[in-house]
Design a protein around this ligand. Structure first.
Ligand SMILES: Nc1ncnc2c1ncn2[C@@H]1O[C@H](COP(=O)(O)OP(=O)(O)OP(=O)(O)O)[C@@H](O)[C@H]1O
Length: 229
């Protein structure tokens, strides 16, 4: 029996008083890789924000990584986010420090204390994204693709149950996007569940996964056409 890691039922997604998506029914099971596609302004980021507690779920029911989105309290949000790995389009690294210090900052903020364990965890996640030799580089010295790899490494630090990636290749050229996508696929193949918002159809064709579309204020599952043999 597949286990739901994320479930929204009859949900409505709002930005302030504006209804962005209605009748949202979405279930993601442990181990799935799911794309969320749709035009600019169709509501992908608003849905993501609702999932990581940046927007309240005001209508319908929702749960994610064991948290009830209907009853989520402000003080629970940091704990929810520790079980989620969040990756943004614009990387959001701290430019005043190097890669290692960027990752150490997150571990310290989430309660890690022992220097040996901190160092070994940072080396482990950097190796997963192919950045093990770049720990000493300042964030601003990295290319966009390298910054996104570090941002993915950062998302893996607390061994999250689910990765939410909002347009992770949106600022990257096509070749670099493929590199970042390879990293996400490897992480998925190693067992992680991933929900990725994108409007990069070339990537979806190259790496087919279950695809949900935001359109006209609702969500639809896109039925994949199997190529004729
Ligand atoms: N902070 C905000 N306050 C009010 N309305 C907002 C806010 N952010 C987004 N919206 C509106 O909500 C709707 C959905 O926007 P959203 O950012 O979720 O779309 P998107 O599909 O992620 O677009 P993009 O691909 O450009 O990121 C749009 O009409 C947008 O104008």
């Amino acid at each position: 029996m597949p286990e739901a890691i994320l479930s929204l039922q009859n949900a409505e997604i709002f930005q302030r008083e504006n209804l962005v998506l209605s009748n949202v029914n979405l279930t993601i099971n442990t181990g799935e890789f799911v794309y969320l596609i749709g035009k600019t302004g169709s509501g992908k980021s608003s849905l993501m924000k609702t999932l990581y507690g940046d927007l309240n779920l005001e209508k319908g029911t929702g749960s994610i990584v064991g948290f009830n989105l209907n009853t989520l309290k402000e003080k629970e949000i940091p704990f929810l986010r520790r079980k989620l790995g969040i990756v943004f389009q614009d990387f959001k690294l701290l430019n005043d420090r190097n890669v290692f210090e960027n990752l150490k900052f997150v571990l310290k903020a989430t309660g890690w204390k022992e220097p040996v364990k901190i160092e070994s965890k940072i080396n482990e996640v950097l190796a997963k994204v192919g950045m093990e030799t770049k720990g000493f580089k300042m964030a601003f010295q990295l290319s966009g693709g390298e910054q996104q790899r570090v941002a993915i490494a950062r998302a893996l630090l607390n061994d999250p149950d689910l990765i939410l990636a909002d347009e992770p290749t949106g600022n990257l050229d096509p070749a670099t996007s493929v590199g970042v996508m390879n990293v996400l696929n490897e992480i998925h193949n190693a067992g992680k569940t991933i929900l990725m918002a994108t409007h990069d159809y070339a990537l979806i064709l190259k790496y087919p996964h279950k695809t949900i579309k935001c359109e006209g204020g609702e969500l639809f599952e896109v039925v994949q056409q199997k190529s004729a043999t």
